[in-house]
Design a protein around this ligand. Structure first.
Ligand code: 5GP
Length: 235
C-alpha cells in the first residue's frame, strides 16, 4: 500500500491518500491541544500510544458487533483505515460527572450516574463544538433518524464494552468521545479511542490517567500515557 499525498492535517493526526481510493493512512502525531486549540503542546510518545491503543480497542469492538474503520496497523504511528465521510457529530457518553458536565450544571466531579448519558456536539471548530439536541442535528440534516439510532446503539455497546475492558486494567471509564463515519452508506466507528478521548481514573488511587493531566497541568503526562498503554497491552 503506497502512501500518497497528505489529504488533511488535524490537531492530533495527519491523513494521507493511498493508491486505493477507498483506503487512507492515518499518522498519529505527538501534538496535543486543548480548549479548542487555545492550549498547545507536545506529549512525547502520544502518537504511538493512541495508535496502538485505538487498534487494540477497535478489534475488540468489532468482535462485539461494532463495525470500525480499521483495516490494518502499518507501524507504531500509522494505520490503514477505510475512507469514511465523517458525520459532523461528536458523540459523548458519560458514566460519572466530570469536565464540561460538572461545569455546566455546577456539580462536583465524581457523581456516579444510574444510567450512562448520551449527548452529541456539533463537530465545528469555528463554533467551539457546541452541545446540540438531537432534533437540531436532524433539522440541520447532519444525520438521518436511522443513522442516529445506529449511532446510539453502537455508542452504548462501546460504553459497556470499554467499561468492562478498562476495569480489568484497574481503570474506571468516566466518559468518552467517539466519532462515526459513513462507508458504503453504512455507519461505522472512526477516529480514535485513547487517553485523548476518554477520561480514565485509576480505580485504587482515583488519579486521572488521561488528557486532563495535560489540560489541567497535573504533570507526569508522558508517563501516564505510557502507563495506560502498558495496562491496555497487559505488559
Ligand atoms: P467534556 O465535554 O467533559 O469536555 O468531555 C467529555 C469527554 O469527551 C472527555 O473524555 C473528553 O476527553 C472527550 N472530548 C470531548 N470533546 C473532545 C474533543 O474535541 N477532542 C477530544 N480529543 N476529546 C474530546
Amino acid at each position: 500500500m503506497q502512501k500518497l499525498e497528505q489529504l488533511y492535517e488535524g490537531k492530533a493526526k495527519k491523513v494521507f491518500k493511498t493508491d486505493d481510493p477507498k483506503a487512507l493512512i492515518v499518522d498519529y502525531k505527538d501534538d496535543a491541544t486543548a480548549f479548542n486549540g487555545e492550549k498547545k503542546g507536545q506529549i512525547a510518545g502520544k502518537g504511538v500510544v493512541n495508535n496502538t491503543m485505538t487498534n487494540i480497542i477497535f478489534k475488540i469492538l468489532e468482535e462485539k458487533g461494532v463495525p470500525t474503520h480499521l483495516i490494518k496497523q502499518l507501524s507504531d504511528r500509522e494505520t490503514l483505515v477505510k475512507a469514511v465521510k465523517i458525520l459532523p457529530l461528536e458523540v459523548i457518553m458519560r458514566n460519572v460527572s466530570a469536565g464540561s458536565f460538572a461545569k455546566r450544571y455546577g456539580v462536583e466531579e465524581g457523581i456516579e450516574f444510574d444510567e450512562p448519558t448520551f449527548e452529541v456536539s456539533y463537530k465545528n471548530d469555528d463554533l467551539g463544538d457546541p452541545l446540540m439536541c438531537e432534533s437540531h442535528a436532524l433539522a440541520l440534516k447532519l444525520v438521518t433518524k436511522e443513522q442516529l439510532e445506529t449511532v446510539k446503539k453502537y455508542a452504548s455497546i462501546v460504553n459497556e464494552t470499554l467499561k468492562e475492558f478498562f476495569l480489568e486494567k484497574g481503570l474506571k471509564l468516566i466518559d468518552f468521545k467517539i466519532e462515526f463515519g459513513l462507508y458504503d452508506g453504512e455507519v461505522i466507528l472512526a477516529d480514535e479511542i485513547s487517553p485523548d478521548t476518554c477520561r480514565l481514573w485509576d480505580v485504587k488511587t482515583g488519579e486521572k490517567m488521561d488528557k486532563d493531566r495535560f489540560r489541567r497541568d497535573l504533570g507526569n503526562v508522558e508517563e501516564t500515557y505510557a502507563e495506560v498503554l502498558k495496562r491496555v497491552k497487559n505488559d
